[in-house]
Design a protein around this ligand. Sequence first.
Ligand code: GDP
Length: 298
Amino acid sequence: EKLKNGLKKTRESITQRIDQLLVSMGKIDEELFEELEEILITSDVGVETTLKIIDDLKLRVKSEKVTDPRQVKNLLKEEITSILSSGDTGLHLNTKPSVIVVVGVNGVGKTTSIGKMCHMLKMQGKKVLVAAGDTFRAAAIDQLEIWAKRAGVDIIKHAEGSDPSAVIFDAIQAAKARGYDVVICDTAGRLHTKKNLMEELKKVFRIISRELPDADIETLLVLDATTGQNAVSQARTFAEATGVTGLILTKLDGTAKGGIIVSIKSELDIPVKFIGVGEKIDDLQPFDAASFAEALFS
Ligand code: GDP
């Protein structure tokens, strides 16, 4: 239900327009496909992905001899479900400790998402330690500490301006010594010094793999759904620099740009693992393609 409410604006942008279109069309023809294409592209599904979806739809309409425009909606829903379904949406955190490195540019909702994940993992009975690896901003450390308290998990922090790798190193030692299950590492997200940022992140990864050579490591990239196609280019940059095992797509509530999730999945093939649908601690949901498509098209 929360998902359905969260996707309200995207649903209005995509589904209501599609409904209106299909009801107004007497038959399935080129004009219908062109209008559908327009709706998908303006809903941030992305040009490349939209063209692929439309091509597939045309094939299915032909091969399944569909004549009623209203049936096109179901075909579209199946098409989008199948794009979103591929890939592994769960977290692999089987070693003790295991590590989640959270990356993303400032403002996308990184701190909030870490807080929500702390809560979620704690509720699953895991002992969680947070490493305040964004040492560039004092406010980032403070905010993270507030979230850690709220979730009831421990935090390792150093002073502002200190070496992020040193924070991560300390957190890993603490995790080994005190039996934590998961270490969640925050990282800096200042994009105006992209090269330095990527070098800093690579150093963090070197420390982790040196100290925990056999650990399960998830690298989760946080993207802000309201930024539309910008999110896709951020995903490309991070995927190339650090590798990304999964995405957290935030602020899906209150945006009409939820179609971006289809674009990202189709163009980059990185699984969406969580979606953010609000500002509160339990407003993070494991991503499920079928429920997402259901909420979008209901
Ligand atoms: P950071 O700079 O990436 O760490 O971003 P923050 O975690 O501080 O979040 C920036 C703003 O986005 C804050 O006001 C958050 O409350 C808000 N935010 C984060 N995630 C969500 C979400 O899923 N939905 C909504 N509506 N707001 C969010």
